[in-house]
Design a protein around this ligand. Structure first.
Ligand code: DAT
Ligand code: MG
Length: 207
């Protein structure tokens, strides 16, 4: 097939100067591959390779922007940091966490000196609960969140940049595979999680 015959297919991409000629050559290769039916196969193969790799290390984690984060107008700031890290939001809801749910969520801390104030703080106003997904999402989220006590959290972390006291540390994030499974189930179950692909994933996820 000669280049001229590709003109209509390329939508006028065949030019007369050098840049145009190079562009046309690339476009011609693209068009020929497409006409040969090969491109779809190449794209499909690449896509499934990437999907396979992504699925291998993918984790989900429960994140809560606590009532102080909502009251201080920091929902966007906090979620934005996690989104910019590359994590994908697969569920999100604003809710006032009721006492029974707070007790279940923080069961591991029952009996500790701070337990009562912790449970009443988490239910003291609306929270934004969400599930984030990504490779090693649990550790990635925890490192972006920072240490439990904001006074000790590194600058650059959410708690280190935005908080001062352990009883107002803005955000919860699951700390292990077991706790994330338990917490995601507790707050969302499986039906509320949305499965979707992002067009940007090839720029965030290697493979
Ligand atoms: P994290 O939220 O970093 O997972 P955690 O699970 O040990 O920390 O504790 C849950 C929450 O309880 C924490 O976000 C704030 C509160 N908390 C923990 N240790 C505390 C302490 N020593 N004094 C007061 N509150 C505390
Ligand atoms: Mg914890």
């Amino acid at each position: 097939m000669v280049i001229n015959e590709l003109g209509p297919i390329l939508g006028g991409a065949v030019g007369s100067d050098l840049d145009g000629a190079l562009l046309s050559l690339g476009a011609a290769r693209w068009a020929c591959a497409r006409l040969a039916g090969g491109l779809e196969d190449v794209v499909a193969q690449k896509w499934s390779q990437r999907e396979g790799k992504r699925m291998a290390g993918v984790e989900r984690t429960l994140v809560i922007v606590k009532p102080d984060g909502v009251q201080r107008g920091l929902v966007g700031e906090i979620v934005g940091r996690l989104e910019r890290r590359g994590l994908k939001i697969v569920a999100m809801r604003m809710t006032v966490i009721q006492r029974a749910l707070a007790e279940q969520h923080y069961a591991e801390h029952a009996g500790k000196a701070f337990y009562e104030s912790l449970v009443s703080y988490i239910g003291s106003g609306p929270s934004v609960t969400m599930v984030l997904e990504g490779p090693a999402a649990i550790a990635a989220t925890r490192s972006t969140v920072g240490k439990t006590n904001p006074a000790e959290a590194a600058p650059g972390t959410i708690r280190g940049d935005l908080g001062l006291m352990v009883g107002r540390n803005l955000i919860h994030a699951s700390d292990s595979v077991d706790s994330s499974a338990r917490e995601v189930d507790l707050f969302f179950g499986t039906d509320a999680l949305v499965e979707y692909e992002r067009d940007i994933d090839r720029w965030v996820l290697e493979g």
